[in-house]
Design a binder for this molecule. Structure first.
Ligand code: BG6
Length: 479
C-alpha cells in the first residue's frame, strides 16, 4: 500500500548510528521542507529519558555531527521528537510504546538499528502491541546475520510479521549519490552499453579503502572481519550494479530482479583467488597508528583486508575478472570502480612507433565524486621521429558539474524513501541470501585450507600477496 508515513519510530535512538547519521539526516530533510509537517519521530532505547532529555540529547548529536553549512534553527525539528524507554527483550513495555506512537493518520515507518539479537524479540513485541499492521513498514539496518543461516533466521522472523513489500533492508552504499549515478552513466548514455561486456572489457576493479581502524567497534568488528563487514553487502551491491543487465524500469522490482541475477551468477572462489590481511602498527598521513592486535588487546585471526578475484558466470561477463579489495588502515580513503577496456584490435600507428594504451573508465564514489575516462590522443608535433600517443583524461568532477546541488548523506535519501515507501534502493531478501551464500562458501574455503590473514603495515595497500593476485594476470591495481 502506498502512503507517506506520519510516524517514524527509531529503535536504537541513542546509538552511534542515530547520533551520527539518522538524526542529522532527518534534521537536514526537515530543514529543506522535505518531511511532512505532521511527521512525528519517536525514539526508543533502553536508557531512561524524558522527551525533553531526548531532545537535548538529539541537539547535542546535531551540534556534533551536522556539517557547519547544514546547521540552522533546530527548534522545529526537535519538537517533532519524543522518546519512550524500552527493554526490547520483554513484552512489557510495548503497549506503552504503542501509546507513545499514537494512532498514525496514514502510517508508521519503523527503523531498527539495534543488535541483531534484538530483532526477533522486537518483532514479537511490536506484534503484541499491534504495531505490525498494513500501514506499518519495517526498516532493518545491518548486520543482518553473520552467515546465510542466521540471516535466514532474521528474515524469517521479520517475514512472520511483515510481507517483503513492507520490509526495507538498508545498504547505505545504495543511498550514495555517485552509486546511483552509476546507473545514470550506464543507462542514460548510449556509448557505454554496447561496450559493457566481455568482448570489450578486460577486467573490473572495485576498491573500498578506509584509513580508519577499529573505531571502538572492537567486539563487533572482530566477529565480522572485512568480508562480512564490507564485501557481503556494499561491495557486492556495487558489483551487481556494474554487472547487471539493463532493467526495464527504474523501480524496485525491475532493478532488484536484475541485481539478484548477477549475485546468483557469481562463481565460487578458491582460496588461491583471495588474499586476507590484518594491519600492524604503521603511519597514515604522517600519524603513527597502532596495529589491529594492539587496538584489540589480543591476537586475532580476523581479516581487516580482503582482496578477491571474482567472476560473474554469464554470457555478458564470460572470462572477465572482477578484482575486489577493501581494507582498514589503507593509505587513503577511496571508493572507486575501474572499468578497464581492452586494447583496440589493431593499431594503425604501430608502424609509426606509437604505443597504445587501452581506455579506462574510473568512477570515483568517495571522497572525490569524479568520472574519468582515459582516451588516447596524439602528442602535438610534426612527428618526424614517429607518432607519439598519450593517454589523456576526460574528467567530470561531479561537484563542479552540479555546483548548485546540495550534497546529501546517504541516509537522507534512504530515510525519505522509507517514509514515502520506495524500495528501489533497499535490498531484497533474495539478494541478501545470494550475497551470504557466496561469502559463506569463501569463508568455508578459508577454514578448510587453514588460511589466516597475512600482516600488512598500516598505511600500505595491504599484503603484497594482494598485489600479486592481480599481477599474476598482468593487472595493476589502480592507485
Ligand atoms: C559500514 C561498515 O557498513 O560501512 C564500516 O560497518 C565502514 O566498517 C563503513 O567503515 C563505511 O561506510 P562509508 O560510507 O564511510 O564508506
Amino acid at each position: 500500500m502506498s502512503f507517506t508515513a506520519d510516524r517514524l519510530l527509531l529503535f536504537g535512538a541513542t546509538g552511534d548510528l542515530a547520533q551520527r547519521m539518522l538524526l542529522p539526516s532527518l534534521f537536514a530533510l526537515d530543514a529543506d521542507g522535505l518531511l511532512a509537517p505532521d511527521l512525528k519521530i519517536v525514539g526508543t532505547a533502553r536508557s531512561s529519558m524524558s522527551d525533553g532529555e531526548y531532545r537535548n540529547f538529539a541537539r547535542a548529536a546535531l551540534e556534533k555531527y551536522l556539517p557547519a553549512e547544514r546547521r540552522g534553527s533546530m527548534a522545529g525539528f526537535l519538537n517533532r521528537l519524543s522518546y519512550q524507554p524500552l527493554d526490547a527483550t520483554t513484552l512489557e513495555g510495548y503497549a506503552a510504546l504503542a501509546e507513545k506512537v499514537g494512532a498514525p493518520e496514514r502510517g508508521l515507518a519503523i527503523f531498527l538499528s539495534t543488535a541483531p539479537s534484538l530483532f526477533e524479540p522486537t518483532i514479537k513485541g511490536l506484534q503484541s502491541a499491534g504495531l505490525t499492521g498494513e500501514t506499518v513498514r519495517m526498516c532493518l539496518e545491518k548486520p543482518l546475520g553473520t552467515n546465510l543461516a542466521t540471516s535466514r533466521e532474521i528474515n524469517d522472523a521479520v517475514a512472520g510479521a511483515f510481507p517483503e513489500s513492507r520490509i526495507f533492508r538498508i545498504d547505505h552504499y545504495l543511498g550514495k549519490e555517485t552509486v546511483q549515478n552509476l546507473l545514470a552513466l550506464r543507462f542514460a548514455n548510449l556509448m557505454f552499453e554496447p561496450l559493457w561486456n566481455a568482448a570489450h572489457i578486460d577486467h573490473v576493479q572495485i576498491t573500498v579503502a578506509e584509513t580508519v581502524g577499529l573505531e571502538g567497534r572492537v567486539a563487533f568488528y572482530d566477529d565480522a572481519g572485512a568480508i562480512r563487514d564490507m564485501v557481503q553487502n556494499h561491495m557486492l551491491q556495487l558489483l551487481a550494479l556494474v554487472a547487471m543487465e539493463p532493467p526495464a524500469h527504474f523501480d524496485a522490482t525491475a532493478v532488484r530482479d536484475e541485481k539478484v541475477k548477477v549475485l546468483r551468477a557469481l562463481r565460487g572462489v578458491t582460496s588461491q583467488e583471495t588474499v586476507t590481511g590484518q594491519y600492524r602498527a604503521g603511519a597514515i598521513g604522517g600519524q603513527a597508528v597502532p596495529g589491529y592486535d594492539e587496538e584489540l588487546g589480543k591476537g586475532s585471526d580476523t581479516e581487516t583486508f580482503v582482496a578477491i578475484k571474482a567472476h560473474v558466470d554469464n554470457w555478458r561477463w564470460k572470462g572477465v575478472p572482477f578484482y575486489l579489495r577493501t581494507g582498514k588502515r589503507m593509505p587513503k580513503r577511496v571508493t572507486e570502480i575501474v572499468i578497464q577496456f581492452r586494447c583496440v584490435p589493431h593499431s594503425i600507428f604501430a608502424g609509426k612507433g606509437a604505443t597504445m594504451r587501452p581506455n579506462q573508465l574510473v568512477i570515483g564514489i568517495q571522497p572525490e565524486e569524479n568520472i574519468t575516462l582515459s582516451l588516447m590522443a596524439k602528442v602535438p608535433g610534426l612527428d618526424r621521429e614517429g607518432i607519439r600517443l598519450r593517454s589523456v583524461p576526460l574528467n567530470i568532477a561531479m561537484p563542479d558539474a552540479f555546483s548548485g546541488a546540495v550534497r546529501r548523506i546517504a541516509y537522507e535519501r534512504l530515510l525519505l524513501d522509507l517514509v514515502e515507501g520506495d524500495q528501489t534502493l533497499f535490498v531484497r531478501r533474495d539478494e541478501v541470501e545470494a550475497q551470504w551464500e557466496w561469502v559463506d562458501a569463501i569463508r568455508a574455503g578459508w577454514a578448510a585450507d587453514g588460511l589466516t590473514p597475512k600482516t600488512y603495515t598500516a598505511g600500505s595497500w595491504g599484503p603484497s600477496a594482494a598485489i600479486a593476485l592481480a599481477e599474476r594476470d598482468g593487472v595493476t591495481w589502480h592507485e
